[in-house]
Design a protein around this ligand. Sequence first.
Ligand SMILES: Cc1cc2nc3c(=O)[nH]c(=O)nc-3n(C[C@H](O)[C@H](O)[C@H](O)COP(=O)(O)OP(=O)(O)OC[C@H]3O[C@@H](n4cnc5c(N)ncnc54)[C@H](O)[C@@H]3O)c2cc1C
Length: 394
Amino acid sequence: MQHADIAIVGGGIVGLTLAAALKDAPCRIAIINKGLIDQPLGDKPGARVSAINQANISALKKADVWQHIDASRANPYNAMHVWDKDSFGDIHFAGNDTGGELESDTLGVIIENLALVNGLAHSVLKQDNVVVIDTTIERVLSSSQQNMLMLENGDALSCRLLVGADGANSFVRKQANFPITFRDYEHTAIVANIRTQQPHENVARQAFTPTGPLALLPMRDPNVCSIVWSQTPDAAKTLQGYSDSEFCNALVAASNNALGPVSLETSRTAFPLTMRYAREWAKDGIVLVGDAAHTIHPLAGQGANLGMQDALALAALLGTLLEEQKDIGQLRYLRPYERARKTEAMKMIAAMDGFKFLFDGNDPLKKLIRGVGLAATDKLSAVKQAFVNHAMGL
Ligand SMILES: Cc1cc2nc3c(=O)[nH]c(=O)nc-3n(C[C@H](O)[C@H](O)[C@H](O)COP(=O)(O)OP(=O)(O)OC[C@H]3O[C@@H](n4cnc5c(N)ncnc54)[C@H](O)[C@@H]3O)c2cc1C
Protein backbone atom coordinates (compact mmCIF):
# COMPACT_ATOMS: atom_id res chain seq x y z
CA MET A 1 0.00 0.00 0.00
CA GLN A 2 1.23 3.47 -0.89
CA HIS A 3 0.88 6.60 1.23
CA ALA A 4 0.59 10.26 0.25
CA ASP A 5 -0.02 13.32 2.38
CA ILE A 6 -2.31 14.71 -0.29
CA ALA A 7 -4.15 12.61 -2.90
CA ILE A 8 -5.60 14.68 -5.73
CA VAL A 9 -8.24 12.79 -7.70
CA GLY A 10 -8.39 14.37 -11.18
CA GLY A 11 -5.53 15.56 -13.35
CA GLY A 12 -7.46 18.22 -15.28
CA ILE A 13 -6.75 21.95 -15.30
CA VAL A 14 -7.67 22.41 -11.64
CA GLY A 15 -6.09 19.31 -10.07
CA LEU A 16 -2.81 19.97 -11.89
CA THR A 17 -2.86 23.67 -10.96
CA LEU A 18 -3.09 22.59 -7.32
CA ALA A 19 -0.18 20.15 -7.67
CA ALA A 20 1.94 22.76 -9.49
CA ALA A 21 1.24 25.39 -6.85
CA LEU A 22 2.43 22.91 -4.18
CA LYS A 23 5.77 22.31 -5.93
CA ASP A 24 7.83 23.60 -3.00
CA ALA A 25 5.60 22.24 -0.25
CA PRO A 26 7.09 19.60 2.07
CA CYS A 27 4.54 16.89 1.30
CA ARG A 28 4.04 13.80 -0.83
CA ILE A 29 1.35 14.24 -3.46
CA ALA A 30 -0.38 11.49 -5.46
CA ILE A 31 -2.42 12.46 -8.51
CA ILE A 32 -4.95 9.83 -9.49
CA ASN A 33 -6.32 10.35 -12.98
CA LYS A 34 -8.26 8.29 -15.48
CA GLY A 35 -5.85 8.21 -18.45
CA LEU A 36 -2.55 9.95 -19.12
CA ILE A 37 -2.36 13.50 -17.80
CA ASP A 38 -0.34 14.63 -20.84
CA GLN A 39 -1.84 13.70 -24.16
CA PRO A 40 -0.50 14.55 -27.62
CA LEU A 41 -2.00 17.65 -29.20
CA GLY A 42 -3.66 17.08 -32.56
CA ASP A 43 -2.18 18.68 -35.71
CA LYS A 44 -5.12 21.06 -35.90
CA PRO A 45 -6.34 23.17 -32.97
CA GLY A 46 -8.96 21.45 -30.83
CA ALA A 47 -12.31 23.13 -30.22
CA ARG A 48 -12.27 22.84 -26.40
CA VAL A 49 -10.64 26.06 -25.34
CA SER A 50 -10.70 28.34 -22.32
CA ALA A 51 -10.28 32.07 -22.00
CA ILE A 52 -7.76 32.23 -19.17
CA ASN A 53 -7.58 35.55 -17.34
CA GLN A 54 -4.57 37.60 -16.29
CA ALA A 55 -4.73 36.59 -12.62
CA ASN A 56 -4.29 32.92 -13.54
CA ILE A 57 -1.69 33.61 -16.23
CA SER A 58 0.40 35.45 -13.61
CA ALA A 59 0.01 32.55 -11.19
CA LEU A 60 1.09 30.04 -13.86
CA LYS A 61 4.13 32.18 -14.65
CA LYS A 62 5.01 32.35 -10.95
CA ALA A 63 4.72 28.55 -10.66
CA ASP A 64 7.07 28.12 -13.69
CA VAL A 65 4.30 26.45 -15.67
CA TRP A 66 3.78 29.06 -18.37
CA GLN A 67 7.02 28.25 -20.21
CA HIS A 68 5.87 24.64 -20.63
CA ILE A 69 2.75 25.66 -22.54
CA ASP A 70 2.96 25.29 -26.31
CA ALA A 71 2.73 28.96 -27.33
CA SER A 72 1.46 28.01 -30.78
CA ARG A 73 -1.75 26.71 -29.15
CA ALA A 74 -2.51 29.82 -27.09
CA ASN A 75 -3.53 33.23 -28.38
CA PRO A 76 -3.52 36.48 -26.41
CA TYR A 77 -6.52 38.72 -26.97
CA ASN A 78 -6.39 42.42 -26.32
CA ALA A 79 -10.01 43.54 -26.76
CA MET A 80 -13.55 42.33 -26.22
CA HIS A 81 -16.66 43.33 -28.09
CA VAL A 82 -20.04 42.40 -26.60
CA TRP A 83 -23.34 43.32 -28.17
CA ASP A 84 -27.04 42.58 -27.90
CA LYS A 85 -28.28 41.38 -31.24
CA ASP A 86 -31.73 42.89 -30.93
CA SER A 87 -31.07 46.23 -29.26
CA PHE A 88 -28.64 49.13 -29.64
CA GLY A 89 -26.54 47.78 -26.74
CA ASP A 90 -22.89 47.47 -27.60
CA ILE A 91 -19.71 47.58 -25.50
CA HIS A 92 -15.98 47.44 -26.22
CA PHE A 93 -13.26 46.61 -23.72
CA ALA A 94 -9.54 46.96 -24.27
CA GLY A 95 -6.37 46.51 -22.22
CA ASN A 96 -6.24 50.21 -21.30
CA ASP A 97 -9.74 49.94 -19.72
CA THR A 98 -8.13 48.19 -16.73
CA GLY A 99 -6.76 51.50 -15.49
CA GLY A 100 -3.13 50.44 -15.81
CA GLU A 101 -3.52 47.14 -13.92
CA LEU A 102 -2.07 45.08 -16.78
CA GLU A 103 1.62 44.64 -17.66
CA SER A 104 0.68 44.69 -21.36
CA ASP A 105 -2.50 45.32 -23.34
CA THR A 106 -3.36 41.61 -23.24
CA LEU A 107 -6.67 40.92 -21.50
CA GLY A 108 -6.18 37.17 -21.40
CA VAL A 109 -5.32 34.13 -23.50
CA ILE A 110 -7.51 31.77 -25.48
CA ILE A 111 -5.85 28.42 -24.98
CA GLU A 112 -6.73 24.89 -26.02
CA ASN A 113 -7.67 23.01 -22.85
CA LEU A 114 -5.37 20.17 -23.83
CA ALA A 115 -2.44 22.57 -24.30
CA LEU A 116 -3.02 24.01 -20.83
CA VAL A 117 -3.31 20.56 -19.26
CA ASN A 118 -0.15 19.44 -21.10
CA GLY A 119 1.81 22.49 -19.94
CA LEU A 120 0.72 21.84 -16.36
CA ALA A 121 1.47 18.12 -16.70
CA HIS A 122 5.03 18.72 -18.02
CA SER A 123 5.71 20.91 -15.05
CA VAL A 124 4.09 18.62 -12.47
CA LEU A 125 5.83 15.50 -13.82
CA LYS A 126 9.17 17.17 -12.98
CA GLN A 127 8.22 17.68 -9.33
CA ASP A 128 10.00 15.43 -6.82
CA ASN A 129 7.01 15.48 -4.49
CA VAL A 130 4.49 14.10 -7.03
CA VAL A 131 3.55 10.61 -8.25
CA VAL A 132 0.90 10.14 -10.91
CA ILE A 133 -1.27 7.03 -10.87
CA ASP A 134 -3.22 6.23 -14.03
CA THR A 135 -6.40 4.68 -12.66
CA THR A 136 -9.72 5.61 -11.06
CA ILE A 137 -10.80 5.40 -7.47
CA GLU A 138 -13.49 2.91 -6.64
CA ARG A 139 -14.04 3.48 -2.93
CA VAL A 140 -13.09 5.81 -0.13
CA LEU A 141 -12.87 4.56 3.45
CA SER A 142 -12.46 7.45 5.85
CA SER A 143 -11.44 7.50 9.51
CA SER A 144 -10.65 10.52 11.67
CA GLN A 145 -6.93 10.10 10.94
CA GLN A 146 -6.78 9.12 7.29
CA ASN A 147 -8.54 8.14 4.07
CA MET A 148 -8.02 4.80 2.41
CA LEU A 149 -8.56 4.87 -1.35
CA MET A 150 -9.31 1.62 -3.14
CA LEU A 151 -8.11 1.95 -6.72
CA GLU A 152 -9.40 0.27 -9.85
CA ASN A 153 -5.93 -1.14 -10.58
CA GLY A 154 -6.19 -3.22 -7.39
CA ASP A 155 -3.89 -1.02 -5.28
CA ALA A 156 -4.79 0.92 -2.19
CA LEU A 157 -3.53 4.36 -1.22
CA SER A 158 -3.75 6.02 2.16
CA CYS A 159 -3.70 9.79 2.48
CA ARG A 160 -4.29 12.48 5.07
CA LEU A 161 -6.08 14.83 2.70
CA LEU A 162 -8.18 13.72 -0.27
CA VAL A 163 -8.84 16.45 -2.84
CA GLY A 164 -11.77 15.99 -5.23
CA ALA A 165 -10.64 17.68 -8.47
CA ASP A 166 -12.54 15.13 -10.53
CA GLY A 167 -14.87 17.41 -12.42
CA ALA A 168 -18.60 18.03 -12.61
CA ASN A 169 -19.70 14.46 -11.81
CA SER A 170 -17.17 14.13 -9.01
CA PHE A 171 -16.92 10.65 -7.54
CA VAL A 172 -15.19 12.09 -4.46
CA ARG A 173 -18.08 14.50 -3.87
CA LYS A 174 -20.57 11.63 -4.05
CA GLN A 175 -18.51 9.27 -1.88
CA ALA A 176 -18.12 11.95 0.80
CA ASN A 177 -21.84 12.78 0.65
CA PHE A 178 -21.33 16.48 0.07
CA PRO A 179 -24.82 17.83 -0.64
CA ILE A 180 -25.22 19.73 -3.91
CA THR A 181 -27.66 22.18 -5.40
CA PHE A 182 -28.09 21.90 -9.16
CA ARG A 183 -30.23 23.46 -11.83
CA ASP A 184 -30.56 22.90 -15.55
CA TYR A 185 -29.57 26.16 -17.31
CA GLU A 186 -31.91 25.10 -20.13
CA HIS A 187 -29.10 25.88 -22.51
CA THR A 188 -26.95 23.59 -24.61
CA ALA A 189 -23.54 24.88 -25.72
CA ILE A 190 -22.42 23.99 -29.23
CA VAL A 191 -18.65 24.11 -29.53
CA ALA A 192 -16.59 24.09 -32.77
CA ASN A 193 -13.79 25.91 -34.56
CA ILE A 194 -14.62 28.04 -37.58
CA ARG A 195 -12.62 29.72 -40.31
CA THR A 196 -13.69 33.31 -40.90
CA GLN A 197 -13.30 35.38 -44.04
CA GLN A 198 -12.22 38.46 -42.09
CA PRO A 199 -9.41 38.26 -39.51
CA HIS A 200 -10.49 38.34 -35.87
CA GLU A 201 -7.75 40.85 -34.94
CA ASN A 202 -7.37 39.22 -31.52
CA VAL A 203 -10.76 40.47 -30.36
CA ALA A 204 -12.99 38.16 -28.28
CA ARG A 205 -16.58 38.71 -29.42
CA GLN A 206 -19.89 37.80 -27.83
CA ALA A 207 -23.34 38.37 -29.32
CA PHE A 208 -26.36 37.95 -27.07
CA THR A 209 -29.28 36.60 -29.09
CA PRO A 210 -32.82 35.97 -27.74
CA THR A 211 -32.10 32.21 -27.64
CA GLY A 212 -28.66 32.51 -26.01
CA PRO A 213 -25.14 33.94 -26.31
CA LEU A 214 -22.66 33.23 -29.10
CA ALA A 215 -18.95 33.65 -28.29
CA LEU A 216 -16.30 33.93 -31.02
CA LEU A 217 -12.92 33.39 -29.40
CA PRO A 218 -9.82 34.35 -31.43
CA MET A 219 -7.37 31.49 -31.98
CA ARG A 220 -3.71 31.66 -33.02
CA ASP A 221 -4.60 31.56 -36.74
CA PRO A 222 -5.88 35.09 -37.50
CA ASN A 223 -8.84 33.62 -39.38
CA VAL A 224 -9.86 30.89 -36.93
CA CYS A 225 -12.23 31.32 -33.98
CA SER A 226 -13.47 28.84 -31.45
CA ILE A 227 -17.20 29.25 -30.94
CA VAL A 228 -19.32 28.57 -27.88
CA TRP A 229 -22.92 28.96 -28.98
CA SER A 230 -25.30 28.49 -26.05
CA GLN A 231 -28.89 27.95 -27.13
CA THR A 232 -32.15 26.70 -25.70
CA PRO A 233 -32.21 22.90 -26.06
CA ASP A 234 -34.76 23.12 -28.91
CA ALA A 235 -32.78 25.74 -30.81
CA ALA A 236 -29.57 23.74 -30.28
CA LYS A 237 -31.27 20.59 -31.57
CA THR A 238 -32.36 22.44 -34.69
CA LEU A 239 -28.83 23.79 -35.23
CA GLN A 240 -27.31 20.34 -34.72
CA GLY A 241 -29.73 18.99 -37.36
CA TYR A 242 -28.45 21.50 -39.92
CA SER A 243 -25.92 20.66 -42.62
CA ASP A 244 -22.53 22.37 -42.17
CA SER A 245 -23.40 25.14 -44.61
CA GLU A 246 -26.84 25.76 -43.04
CA PHE A 247 -25.16 25.91 -39.63
CA CYS A 248 -22.56 28.40 -40.88
CA ASN A 249 -25.25 30.61 -42.44
CA ALA A 250 -27.17 30.62 -39.14
CA LEU A 251 -23.97 31.51 -37.31
CA VAL A 252 -23.20 34.41 -39.63
CA ALA A 253 -26.75 35.72 -39.10
CA ALA A 254 -26.52 35.33 -35.29
CA SER A 255 -23.20 37.21 -35.22
CA ASN A 256 -24.52 40.06 -37.43
CA ASN A 257 -21.95 39.02 -40.02
CA ALA A 258 -19.21 40.14 -37.60
CA LEU A 259 -16.40 38.32 -39.44
CA GLY A 260 -17.95 37.67 -42.85
CA PRO A 261 -18.78 34.21 -44.24
CA VAL A 262 -17.49 31.25 -42.17
CA SER A 263 -16.78 27.54 -42.65
CA LEU A 264 -16.33 24.78 -40.09
CA GLU A 265 -12.79 23.68 -39.15
CA THR A 266 -13.91 20.93 -36.74
CA SER A 267 -17.04 18.93 -36.06
CA ARG A 268 -19.59 20.44 -33.64
CA THR A 269 -20.03 19.09 -30.11
CA ALA A 270 -22.97 19.84 -27.84
CA PHE A 271 -22.74 20.24 -24.04
CA PRO A 272 -25.94 20.48 -21.96
CA LEU A 273 -25.28 23.15 -19.31
CA THR A 274 -26.03 22.62 -15.61
CA MET A 275 -25.35 24.84 -12.61
CA ARG A 276 -23.94 22.82 -9.72
CA TYR A 277 -22.94 24.11 -6.33
CA ALA A 278 -21.73 21.88 -3.52
CA ARG A 279 -23.23 23.17 -0.27
CA GLU A 280 -20.21 21.86 1.64
CA TRP A 281 -16.69 21.83 0.22
CA ALA A 282 -14.74 20.41 3.12
CA LYS A 283 -14.96 17.86 5.89
CA ASP A 284 -12.30 16.16 7.98
CA GLY A 285 -9.72 14.83 5.51
CA ILE A 286 -11.62 15.73 2.29
CA VAL A 287 -11.93 18.89 0.23
CA LEU A 288 -13.34 19.86 -3.21
CA VAL A 289 -11.94 22.17 -5.92
CA GLY A 290 -12.99 23.27 -9.41
CA ASP A 291 -15.91 21.71 -11.26
CA ALA A 292 -16.25 19.13 -8.47
CA ALA A 293 -17.43 22.02 -6.28
CA HIS A 294 -19.21 24.21 -8.85
CA THR A 295 -20.18 24.40 -12.51
CA ILE A 296 -21.36 27.63 -14.08
CA HIS A 297 -22.67 28.86 -17.43
CA PRO A 298 -19.76 29.39 -19.86
CA LEU A 299 -21.12 32.75 -21.06
CA ALA A 300 -18.41 34.70 -19.28
CA GLY A 301 -15.70 32.04 -19.66
CA GLN A 302 -15.06 31.84 -15.92
CA GLY A 303 -15.42 28.15 -14.88
CA ALA A 304 -11.78 27.11 -15.24
CA ASN A 305 -10.62 30.52 -13.97
CA LEU A 306 -12.68 30.08 -10.83
CA GLY A 307 -11.42 26.53 -10.35
CA MET A 308 -7.79 27.58 -10.77
CA GLN A 309 -8.31 30.25 -8.12
CA ASP A 310 -9.75 27.53 -5.80
CA ALA A 311 -6.61 25.49 -6.39
CA LEU A 312 -4.30 28.44 -5.73
CA ALA A 313 -6.16 29.40 -2.55
CA LEU A 314 -6.07 25.82 -1.28
CA ALA A 315 -2.36 25.48 -2.12
CA ALA A 316 -1.56 28.70 -0.24
CA LEU A 317 -3.45 27.47 2.82
CA LEU A 318 -1.90 23.98 2.73
CA GLY A 319 1.57 25.48 2.27
CA THR A 320 1.14 27.53 5.44
CA LEU A 321 -0.32 24.59 7.43
CA LEU A 322 2.54 22.32 6.37
CA GLU A 323 5.12 24.96 7.27
CA GLU A 324 3.53 25.32 10.70
CA GLN A 325 3.38 21.51 10.99
CA LYS A 326 -0.36 21.57 11.48
CA ASP A 327 -2.69 18.75 10.51
CA ILE A 328 -3.80 19.49 6.91
CA GLY A 329 -6.75 17.13 7.29
CA GLN A 330 -8.53 18.97 10.07
CA LEU A 331 -11.77 20.61 9.07
CA ARG A 332 -11.16 23.63 11.28
CA TYR A 333 -8.01 24.40 9.27
CA LEU A 334 -9.76 23.86 5.93
CA ARG A 335 -12.70 26.12 6.81
CA PRO A 336 -11.10 29.43 5.72
CA TYR A 337 -10.60 27.97 2.24
CA GLU A 338 -14.17 26.72 2.11
CA ARG A 339 -15.63 30.03 3.29
CA ALA A 340 -13.61 32.21 0.96
CA ARG A 341 -14.01 30.17 -2.19
CA LYS A 342 -17.69 29.31 -1.67
CA THR A 343 -18.38 33.04 -1.50
CA GLU A 344 -16.52 33.67 -4.78
CA ALA A 345 -18.31 30.79 -6.52
CA MET A 346 -21.68 31.96 -5.25
CA LYS A 347 -21.03 35.51 -6.51
CA MET A 348 -20.10 34.14 -9.93
CA ILE A 349 -23.18 31.88 -10.08
CA ALA A 350 -25.38 34.85 -9.18
CA ALA A 351 -23.70 37.02 -11.82
CA MET A 352 -24.21 34.33 -14.49
CA ASP A 353 -27.88 33.98 -13.46
CA GLY A 354 -28.31 37.75 -13.71
CA PHE A 355 -26.72 37.92 -17.18
CA LYS A 356 -28.70 34.94 -18.41
CA PHE A 357 -31.98 36.37 -17.11
CA LEU A 358 -31.33 39.84 -18.53
CA PHE A 359 -30.19 38.68 -21.96
CA ASP A 360 -32.75 35.88 -22.46
CA GLY A 361 -35.72 36.47 -24.72
CA ASN A 362 -37.43 39.35 -26.41
CA ASP A 363 -39.11 41.11 -23.50
CA PRO A 364 -39.20 44.82 -24.56
CA LEU A 365 -38.36 46.09 -21.06
CA LYS A 366 -35.34 43.79 -20.78
CA LYS A 367 -34.25 44.88 -24.26
CA LEU A 368 -34.42 48.51 -23.20
CA ILE A 369 -32.51 47.84 -19.97
CA ARG A 370 -29.74 45.94 -21.72
CA GLY A 371 -29.51 48.51 -24.51
CA VAL A 372 -29.22 51.40 -22.06
CA GLY A 373 -27.05 49.37 -19.67
CA LEU A 374 -24.48 48.34 -22.27
CA ALA A 375 -24.37 51.78 -23.87
CA ALA A 376 -24.01 53.52 -20.49
CA THR A 377 -21.32 51.11 -19.26
CA ASP A 378 -19.43 51.71 -22.50
CA LYS A 379 -19.39 55.44 -21.71
CA LEU A 380 -18.67 55.27 -17.95
CA SER A 381 -14.98 54.55 -17.70
CA ALA A 382 -15.00 53.76 -13.93
CA VAL A 383 -17.80 51.18 -14.30
CA LYS A 384 -16.15 49.73 -17.37
CA GLN A 385 -12.82 49.54 -15.53
CA ALA A 386 -14.48 47.70 -12.63
CA PHE A 387 -16.09 45.22 -15.06
CA VAL A 388 -12.97 44.46 -17.00
CA ASN A 389 -10.78 44.18 -13.90
CA HIS A 390 -13.26 41.70 -12.43
CA ALA A 391 -13.28 39.62 -15.63
CA MET A 392 -9.47 39.62 -15.64
CA GLY A 393 -9.45 38.44 -12.03
CA LEU A 394 -7.43 41.53 -11.06
C1 LIG B 1 -18.66 24.80 -23.53
C2 LIG B 1 -17.78 25.21 -22.38
C3 LIG B 1 -16.91 26.29 -22.54
C4 LIG B 1 -16.12 26.72 -21.47
N1 LIG B 1 -15.29 27.80 -21.62
C5 LIG B 1 -14.54 28.25 -20.56
C6 LIG B 1 -13.71 29.41 -20.67
O1 LIG B 1 -13.60 30.07 -21.71
N2 LIG B 1 -13.01 29.81 -19.56
C7 LIG B 1 -13.10 29.14 -18.39
O2 LIG B 1 -12.46 29.57 -17.41
N3 LIG B 1 -13.86 28.02 -18.26
C8 LIG B 1 -14.59 27.57 -19.32
N4 LIG B 1 -15.37 26.45 -19.18
C9 LIG B 1 -15.35 25.68 -17.92
C10 LIG B 1 -14.13 24.78 -17.84
O3 LIG B 1 -14.02 23.97 -18.99
C11 LIG B 1 -14.21 23.89 -16.59
O4 LIG B 1 -14.57 24.69 -15.49
C12 LIG B 1 -12.85 23.25 -16.29
O5 LIG B 1 -12.39 22.49 -17.38
C13 LIG B 1 -12.97 22.35 -15.06
O6 LIG B 1 -11.72 21.78 -14.78
P1 LIG B 1 -11.57 20.65 -13.66
O7 LIG B 1 -10.12 20.31 -13.64
O8 LIG B 1 -12.24 21.10 -12.40
O9 LIG B 1 -12.45 19.42 -14.18
P2 LIG B 1 -12.23 18.50 -15.46
O10 LIG B 1 -11.67 19.26 -16.59
O11 LIG B 1 -13.55 17.82 -15.68
O12 LIG B 1 -11.13 17.44 -15.00
C14 LIG B 1 -11.45 16.37 -14.17
C15 LIG B 1 -10.37 15.31 -14.30
O13 LIG B 1 -10.66 14.26 -13.39
C16 LIG B 1 -10.54 12.99 -14.00
N5 LIG B 1 -11.46 12.08 -13.31
C17 LIG B 1 -12.82 12.17 -13.26
N6 LIG B 1 -13.31 11.18 -12.48
C18 LIG B 1 -12.25 10.48 -12.02
C19 LIG B 1 -12.11 9.35 -11.17
N7 LIG B 1 -13.17 8.75 -10.62
N8 LIG B 1 -10.86 8.87 -10.92
C20 LIG B 1 -9.78 9.48 -11.46
N9 LIG B 1 -9.85 10.56 -12.27
C21 LIG B 1 -11.07 11.05 -12.55
C22 LIG B 1 -10.88 13.25 -15.46
O14 LIG B 1 -10.27 12.29 -16.30
C23 LIG B 1 -10.29 14.66 -15.68
O15 LIG B 1 -8.93 14.59 -16.07
C24 LIG B 1 -16.18 26.01 -20.23
C25 LIG B 1 -17.03 24.91 -20.09
C26 LIG B 1 -17.83 24.51 -21.15
C27 LIG B 1 -18.77 23.33 -20.97
